[in-house]
Design a protein around this ligand. Structure first.
Ligand SMILES: NC(=O)c1ccc[n+]([C@@H]2O[C@H](COP(=O)([O-])OP(=O)(O)OC[C@H]3O[C@@H](n4cnc5c(N)ncnc54)[C@H](OP(=O)(O)O)[C@@H]3O)[C@@H](O)[C@H]2O)c1
Length: 341
């Protein structure tokens, strides 16, 4: 038998935490000892992993003693405190928040794109934002032999991207509307406005230049992962009333043309991607198609009618899985194979 890991999971009771447990169980991930951690509120809760009950404990840095890997999927404030604490204790912390993504010396990785970056770290490794992951995964095979000159990316993001409480709020608003009611201010807490029957062009806070932080993350993170520090990328991030999986309408410009057929070939050869690209009813990928699966789905490829060197397409991925838990699990698997963990 290969090496088994001592794994600490911070945020075990959250929606990403639940996905970590599912993905590790499905993939035969080498878990020896598993420590499930959350806040004091969850102390004593029982969660199942591979058919065995595990008790959730309040997170304290001592829980990281002897851990090989610590998955931190809680909040930015928790990450800022807990990731360094895990690294100080000799574990490698894998962080799901945006706290460390832009820090020098912290790898920001999609394993199918820039796995070698995992070899140099100081005990903290970051996973990208859940919209950046499918975007860079779809661009990567297209730019092996041509330069990317500009990207426009507009997102359609599910409520689970804001955590379990946002999904509950959407369901409650949907139920109220189905019962004939209108939504009052006291039924709105997770978003600035009603999410049911709506589309909100604000994800995360506004920055001085009028973009939101989510839009800035897509720019800064794509540059770091693709090693293209000057990449021009403009995003509009929109929250829509779905529960799971984020979609992105992408317009990518290159230094020379790429046909949809060539793009299909590249995407088909790229691990982690699946082409779903036809015109008949349902032959294009939707968030429901991507819900609960590992692969990122890509379709609607066409030459951009405003630029012969441009390709327009549509990409969809499960934000909790490839956008968060699965991406981290794949990093650990790559590092174990490589011998750098
Ligand atoms: N949702 C996504 O699509 C997505 C994608 C990429 C990254 N992320 C990031 O992943 C993290 C978790 O998101 P989520 O969607 O799973 O949120 P969630 O459903 O709201 O769950 C939050 C989890 O974190 C725990 N927690 C909160 N503060 C903590 C603290 N100070 N110490 C220890 N545990 C704490 C909560 O424990 P209690 O249950 O005890 O309160 C809960 O288990 C966030 O940093 C988020 O930005 C999310």
């Amino acid at each position: 038998m290969g090496r088994e890991l001592t794994v600490a999971l911070v945020g075990a009771t959250g929606v990403v935490g639940a996905e970590f447990l599912r993905c590790m169980a499905e993939r035969d991930f080498p878990v020896g000892d598993l420590r499930l951690l959350a806040t004091k509120r969850s102390e004593g809760r029982e969660l199942n992993f591979r058919g065995q009950p595990h008790i959730v404990h309040e997170t304290t840095p001592d829980a990281f003693d002897g851990a090989d890997v610590v998955f931190v999927s809680a909040s930015t404030a928790a990450s800022l405190e807990l990731c360094p604490a895990a690294a100080e204790r000799g574990a490698v912390a894998f962080d799901d928040s945006s706290a460390f993504r832009q820090q020098e010396g912290v790898p920001l990785v999609v394993p199918e794109v820039n796995p070698e970056d995992l070899r140099q770290h100081n005990g903290i490794i970051a996973t990208p934002n859940c919209t950046t992951v499918p975007l860079v995964l779809s661009l990567h095979p297209l730019i092996q032999d041509r330069a990317l000159t500009r990207v426009i990316a507009d997102t359609y993001q599910a409520t689970s991207g804001s955590g379990g409480a946002a999904v509950t709020e959407l369901r409650e608003q949907n139920a109220a509307i189905a019962g004939g009611a209108t939504i009052d201010a006291d039924q709105i807490s997770e978003y600035p406005k009603q999410i049911a029957n709506n589309a909100l062009p604000q994800v995360d806070v506004f920055l001085d230049d009028g973009y939101t932080k989510e839009e800035w993350k897509m720019l800064a993170e794509s540059r770091k992962i693709l090693h293209l520090p000057a990449l021009p990328l403009s995003a509009t991030c929109v929250r829509i009333p779905t529960e799971r999986a984020h979609a992105i309408a992408v317009h990518a410009d290159f230094d020379r043309p790429i046909s949809p057929a060539e793009a299909h070939q590249r995407w088909t050869a790229q691990p982690g991607l699946r082409v779903v690209d036809g015109r008949a009813a349902g032959e294009w990928p939707t968030p429901l198609d991507a819900d609960g699966i590992d692969e990122t789905l890509v379709g609607r490829a066409r030459v951009d009618s405003t630029n012969p060197n441009g390709l327009a397409y549509w990409v969809v991925a499960d934000n909790l899985r490839k956008g968060a838990a699965l991406n981290i699990i794949q990093m650990v698997e790559w590092m174990l194979d490589d011998g750098c963990l």
